[in-house]
Ligand binder design. Structure first.
Ligand SMILES: NC(=O)c1ccc[n+]([C@@H]2O[C@H](COP(=O)([O-])OP(=O)(O)OC[C@H]3O[C@@H](n4cnc5c(N)ncnc54)[C@H](O)[C@@H]3O)[C@@H](O)[C@H]2O)c1
Length: 353
């Protein structure tokens, strides 16, 4: 079987490709435009793997995508390519509209044209798996959980562009019968996450003796999932998920942002006490900064459907996953330096008017 994966050079994509190549004999074709968030350095260990192919392409480019479909004749498509950072979507929404909405549309059309011409056996087995986020549901009241039936109420340009793409994917199923699957997952964390998201930025700032910025009062709750647990869920869904179905994926690990930052500091204090005399604990570096506009208060996932129907549950607790993550960043500082190019140096985004 061969799987065409878009956005495989990003955080989740690179972890997923590594997972799939280690646990199956599938061939993977990674189609990625290599934006600032996509780095072949994250896949360097797979360069010699005969089951892995990289193709540099933009999912908005219909001609190029059609060529790749003709060349590789994929059995399944897994769509992870996206602009994914909420703060960037506030500063410059256009790229989010282009890649997340228009790019998804182009990929759906190329997939549909390809799928229609397949023989019956290959046509029946074909799947288009769209990887999405819990942010499409908007902010939750205390004690509620997002189910697959929760209404869409996205707050940020990022979330609304992902919500639009989810609607397109469902429409291609209802209207054209394209065999789709959708997963909506909570916040991921783990190795190879670009250092602009909360967990890596806190680790790297702490190591450099820089302030640890917390948006607003830090009481925003997110449901954290270790990226390998997400990778395992994605493989189960593409292999066993019901056509047309949506599955919510979450870690049942609700934490406030402040708790996350405090827990990182505790692990760092233990593993690598600060070399700066004035910093007794890394928590001394915590600084509350102005909140993100439209910042959702709480996300939390009810993952009982994927648990009951596909027998998936997360393996890592937040404590074990976070420790692994911190340890990974400690030994992979060089990866961080390499992926940070001249354009982005940890600056605050998403607050200019
Ligand atoms: N990170 C999370 O916590 C999280 C949670 C739930 C869902 N998701 C979804 O999972 C997917 C992957 O997220 P991530 O965190 O790995 O994102 P990421 O930003 O780390 O990676 C995105 C990848 O897509 C590529 N890309 C962007 N635009 C492209 C285009 N036009 N054509 C081809 N490739 C393009 C980038 O080069 C990069 O490799 C996204 O769809 C995101 O919405 C992420």
């Amino acid at each position: 079987m061969n799987i065409l994966i878009t956005g495989g050079a990003g955080f989740i994509g690179s972890n997923f490709i590594r997972y799939i190549l280690h646990s199956t004999d599938y061939q993977v074709i990674n189609v990625d435009k290599l934006t600032y968030a996509g780095n072949l350095d994250s896949l360097i260990d797979l360069n010699e793997n005969n089951s892995y192919i990289f193709e540099l392409a933009d999912i908005c480019n219909k001609k190029e995508l059609s060529r790749l479909f003709d060349k590789y004749r994929p059995d399944k498509v897994m769509h992870l390519a996206a602009e994914s950072h909420v703060d960037r979507s506030i500063d410059s929404p256009m790229e989010f509209i282009n890649t997340n909405i228009l790019g998804t549309y182009v990929l759906l059309e190329v997939s549909r044209n390809y799928w229609m011409k397949l023989d019956d056996d290959k046509k029946n087995k074909f799947r288009f798996h769209h990887i999405s986020t819990d942010e499409v549901y908007g902010s939750l009241a205390k004690d509620d959980l997002f189910t697959e039936l929760s209404p869409y109420k996205p707050s940020s340009p990022y979330a609304s562009s992902k919500a639009s793409s989810d609607h397109l994917v469902r429409a291609w199923y209802s209207t054209y019968g394209l065999p789709i699957l959708i997963t909506n997952c909570s916040n991921n964390y783990g190795p190879y996450q670009f250092p602009e998201k909360l967990i890596p930025i806190i680790i790297l700032n702490a190591l450099n003796g820089k302030k640890l910025p917390i948006y607003g009062d830090g009481m925003q709750v997110r449901d954290w999932l270790y990226v390998e647990d997400h990778a395992r869920a994605l493989l189960i869904v593409i292999e066993k998920g019901g056509v047309g179905e949506t599955y919510n994926i979450g870690g049942s690990n609700e934490k406030t942002n402040l708790e996350v930052v405090n827990e990182i500091c505790v692990i760092l204090d233990e593993l690598i006490p600060s070399k700066f005399k004035e910093i007794i604990s890394y928590t001394d570096l915590i600084e509350f900064v102005s909140d993100r506009p439209g910042h959702d208060i709480r996300y939390a996932i009810d993952a009982s459907k994927i648990n009951k129907e596909l027998n998936w549950s997360p393996s890592e607790t937040f404590e074990t996953g976070l420790r692994k993550t911190v340890e990974w960043y400690l030994v992979n500082n060089e990866w961080c330096s390499r992926v940070l190019n001249g354009d982005y140096r940890y600056q605050r985004l998403g607050i200019k008017n």
